[in-house]
Design a protein around this ligand. Structure first.
Ligand SMILES: C[S@@+](CC[C@H](N)C(=O)[O-])C[C@H]1O[C@@H](n2cnc3c(N)ncnc32)[C@H](O)[C@@H]1O
Length: 305
């Protein structure tokens, strides 16, 4: 067992970051003006006990902003935007959905999927076991067919996905949320190559990406020194080049502009008016060639490479 496997076993390290996202989703769920409802986030945090409780807002850095201050609006906006992207893709016939590094993503339980939708949830075995136990204990029922795929995304996860029943000839709606910026560039390239190799033309890929910044780095360290180097940068090239080289036509939107659409301020970690921040994006891409007349609404502006 590698060091990373050992850390994943106890829902710490990489796996624990999924509880950080759950913490942020629960905060949004509690707002009167919430952008989405996710009652499952609190369920996961309660099941995690002390580990879940470590995600508090410790003020840090020169601006005195904690991780929650910096990331709350990013997670709120990305969640609802990616919900929409997936539902549109599924409504247009991509009823095979893959949630890569799903963590505590409860979309299979909270979204209104078209009949026949099959959602593959991919993450470490320890993460999937944890979430399954928590959901079962609460009597939660999925709103689509759910297939868990326990694997390590650094290994041949495509083989694990196919063994679980994934059909590479069918159009797929992929999600890679909260994942790409945590990968070194070589791993990010490898991830896109693997997704591309499994994607029939017309498949969609939705993800968020963001640059690290001094404020975010200080805030992660304040939560735990284990998280200081969590941001590994992701793709080395410009995002549109990265997608197009892999055969994808991307629609890349600045997170601040997407936030405006939902009546939210630019997420603090990605606000260019603030010193010590980076830029953040939401991306929807479609695998080429585009089948005629079959472009999900959100991708109408995406041009061919
Ligand atoms: C920041 S969380 C995001 C979770 C989820 N996508 C969301 O947005 O709520 C990152 C997730 O990636 C998973 N992960 C990281 N490295 C992985 C790997 N090598 N193989 C499988 N899962 C991995 C972690 O276990 C964790 O659940």
């Amino acid at each position: 067992m590698t060091q990373a496997d050992e850390r994943a076993e106890g829902l710490t390290g990489l796996a624990e970051t999924s509880l950080g996202v759950a913490f942020l989703r629960d905060l949004e769920h509690q707002r009167a003006d919430r952008l989405f409802a996710d009652p499952f986030a609190r369920l996961f945090l309660d099941a995690a006990g002390d580990v879940g409780a470590s995600w508090t807002n410790v003020p840090s850095g020169p601006a005195g902003l904690g991780f929650i201050d910096l990331m709350a609006d990013q997670v709120a906006v990305r969640t609802v935007a990616l919900d929409t992207a997936l539902l549109e893709a599924a409504a247009a016939g991509r009823t095979q959905v893959v949630l890569l590094a799903c963590g505590m993503d409860a979309r299979a339980y909270r979204l209104d999927w078209p009949a026949g939708t099959r959602v593959f949830q991919v993450d470490f075995a320890a993460v999937l076991d944890f979430r399954t136990r928590a959901l079962r204990a609460a009597g939660a029922r999925p709103r689509c067919e759910v297939v868990d795929v326990a694997t390590d995304l650094r290994d041949d996860w495509g083989a694990a996905l196919r063994a679980a029943g994934f059909d590479p000839t069918a159009r797929t709606a992929w999600l890679a949320e909260g994942l790409v910026y945590g990968l070194p560039s070589v791993a990010a390239d490898g991830l896109l190559d693997a997704i591309s190799a499994l994607s029939a033309p017309g498949s969609t890929l939705a993800l968020d990406h963001g640059e690290d910044g001094e404020l975010l780095r200080a805030a992660r360290t304040a939560v735990s020194p284990d998280f200081t180097d969590l941001w590994q940068g992701g793709p080395r090239t410009e995002l549109d080049v990265w997608f197009r080289r892999g055969g994808w036509a991307p629609l890349i939107r600045d997170i601040g502009l997407v936030a405006v659409e939902y009546g939210r301020p630019t997420p603090k970690a990605f606000d260019p008016r603030r010193a010590g921040t980076g830029r953040g994006w939401l991306i929807q891409a479609m695998r080429q060639p585009l089948p005629a007349g079959d472009v999900p609404q959100g991708l109408a502006g995406a041009s061919a490479p």
